[in-house]
Design a protein around this ligand. Structure first.
Ligand code: PRX
Length: 596
């Protein structure tokens, strides 16, 4: 790759891709423009040769539907670090193994009374049983909600109450959080406990089942429930500016665009790649690209149980010879911080293609990839609501560092003004999409009016602001609402404010995203205290821990400022934007509605 001057006025030079004949392994999409010109979803569906068993049941297509030689291939290499030796240990599952295990689990669920359309949630660590439960549940036609294992009781309660989940699969380590809110979950009938280390089997309650015991008795054949493309499959909760998180409902037919993008953006070559998606199954990246996209192609992927540690990540990629890696800007920035001397200790020559998602990817991070891995990171933009990648950088297309890239073939993106009409090239506006990809959300669970409100003039409004340049590259500007993006996790200010005011000392709370070099934003809270409480370091620390335990480790305010009163409109609404402007030293804007 060579660097040349960009035709745009951006400070980083365009990275020009070599001509096709110079590629040792040519990209799956050879020519972006040609693919855009000659595109239809139907054609992609036929080309991908997705097996059409049982309608388009996502689990059946991804796990059961491969030719015999692929069924013998490893689908999942699960890796955990031995706590005493520090060595990696792995467990491998072929597609054939996963077929049997997911069939068994589907039988366990049917035995437990689960029917098509019921909501089944997993609240598990990154362990094989999480994947088996999700795919087993999909085979029964259930709507599956994977919960992030770091969620605290309040976050779990919001999601399980709203979805009226009938069954949850969890582990002994996480179950106490579920037990603490069980009284608030009248729809929850059964809990399946995955007890890998045999710690709890004899202490199960009447509504609880032991995973291993139930699986041992279940048949490994199962008649997969027929699901049509529009039938609901996966639910992930996402945060908005107001109200509790909303359940984004995706459908089985989403697989077509998840599979196409795994092929053309991740550039997976299933017969030779070892793929690693570092996202947790609790987030949409962890399902769309940690399960569906790669497995629909028959690719082998590794799943690492542990969290982020630069040494471990490098060693993992070296030892398992990872070729395609999908990660997030915060992780890349943390790796950058750990220094080049560290990365030089590892042989990472297997890496062939690198992608990133979740937050803007700094040009510096792209260039760093080039320096240390000899490969650049390819930024991809999408949302829980879009179900698959929508605006991306591709192996075959020149990269303008700092740009999200161009719309995936088949997808139309636009920049709109306040009346929802396209703005001229180069002008900033609302980032919008024609909602024609098969993976775009079907609804927000039981909030159809909110879902409908996202569509204007035939466009789906993303809630982001962006601009497009004269060569069709999109540039992210920021969120259009108060939702905070901290290390790639969206956090709604309302959720954090609700948790804050449950603390006995807090009278009022307002929460903003404060720019941060490493995590993009951190959560900053402004609170006023109830009479009788005085500000102290201990109290601040106590409030911080209180929210952290109720919501999640990523969703608590790292900074808390105590104010005598919070600025409000005359109608009593706290003015977050004003607090943010003051915090950042920006103009305060229109304060005419400010309370006297
Ligand atoms: O604001 C954008 C940001 O993350 C939002 C979507 O978050 P979520 O639904 O949690 O899904 C994240 C993973 C698909 C977007 O509205 N975002 C995501 N990718 C990028 C991004 N912002 C800038 N650049 C990106 N590549």
């Amino acid at each position: 790759m060579t660097h040349v001057t960009s035709s745009e006025t951006h400070s980083f030079e365009t990275i020009v891709k070599p001509p096709l004949e110079k590629w040792a392994i040519p990209p799956n999409m050879a020519n972006y423009d040609a693919m855009c010109d000659d595109f239809s979803w139907k054609q992609i569906e036929n080309q991908l040769k997705l097996p059409r068993t049982n309608g388009v049941n996502q689990a059946s297509v991804c796990i059961d539907g491969h030719p015999p030689e692929v069924m013998k291939r490893n689908a999942l290499i699960w890796i955990r670090k031995d706590s005493t030796t520090g060595q990696f240990k792995d467990e491998t599952y072929t597609f054939e193994d996963l077929k049997r295990e997911t069939n068994r689990f589907a039988n366990v669920l049917v035995q437990a009374g689960i029917e098509k359309g019921d909501r089944v949630f997993t609240f598990l660590e990154r362990i094989p049983e999480n994947y088996i439960s999700i795919f087993g549940a999909l085979k029964t036609g259930a709507v599956v909600g994977p919960l992030f294992s770091a969620f605290g009781p309040e976050a779990i309660k919001d999601r399980l109450q709203d979805s009226q989940a009938r069954l949850v699969v969890t582990s002994p380590a996480l179950k106490p959080r579920l037990d603490s809110i069980r009284g608030d979950l009248p729809h929850l009938e059964k809990v399946i406990v995955v007890d890998r280390d045999n710690t709890q089997t004899d202490s199960l309650q009447a509504h609880e089942l032991d995973y291993a015991a139930a699986m041992a008795e279940a048949s490994d054949t199962f008649e997969v429930v027929h699901t049509d493309p529009d039938d609901y499959s996966i639910m992930h909760y996402t945060s908005g500016t107001t109200g509790k998180p909303k359940g984004v409902v995706l459908c089985h037919g989403a697989l077509v665009s998840q599979s196409a993008t795994a092929q053309y953006v991740l550039d997976l070559k299933p017969d030779r790649d070892i793929y690693w998606c570092s996202a947790d199954p609790g987030w949409v990246t962890g399902t769309s690209y940690g399960m569906f996209g790669p497995w629909s192609l028959g690719a082998t992927q590794i799943v690492y149980e542990g969290g982020f540690k630069a040494e471990d990540w490098y060693r993992l990629m070296q030892d398992y010879k990872v070729t395609v890696w999908y990660t997030a800007p915060t992780a890349i920035r943390m790796l950058m911080k750990s220094g080049e001397a560290l990365v030089e200790q590892y042989d990472l020559s297997s890496l062939r293609h690198l992608c990133s998602v979740g937050e803007p990817l700094n040009p510096e991070a792209i260039i760093w990839g080039q320096d240390v891995f000899g490969k650049i990171f390819h930024d991809t933009w999408w949302q829980t609501e879009t179900g698959c990648m929508h605006i991306c950088n591709y192996p075959c297309l020149d990269v303008k560092p700092g740009s999200m890239g161009k719309p995936v073939p088949g997808i139309t993106a636009g920049i709109l003004d306040e009346d929802w009409n396209p703005v001229p090239v180069g002008e900033e506006g609302h980032l919008a999409l024609r909602p024609n990809a098969p993976s775009v959300l079907k609804t927000y669970w039981h909030r159809d009016e909110v879902y409908q409100s996202k569509f204007k003039n035939g466009w789906y409004i993303t809630g982001d602001r962006a601009k497009v340049d004269d060569e069709g590259y999109f540039w992210f500007i920021g969120r259009d609402d108060d939702v905070i993006n901290t290390a790639g996790h969206l956090v709604g200010p309302f959720e954090v404010e609700s948790a804050l005011i449950e603390h006995p000392a807090v009278a009022e709370a307002a929460v903003i995203g404060k720019p941060d070099k490493e995590r993009m934003e951190i959560i900053k809270a402004f609170v006023s205290l109830k009479t009788g409480f005085t500000e102290s370091d201990e109290l601040i620390q106590e409030i911080r821990t209180f929210v952290r335990h109720r919501l999640a480790a990523h969703a608590y305010p790292r900074e808390i400022a105590v104010l005598p009163d919070l600025p409000k409109t005359r109608s009593g609404k706290i003015m977050r934007r004003l607090l943010k402007a003051r915090e950042l030293g920006l103009p305060e804007g229109d304060t005419s509605t400010l309370e006297e």
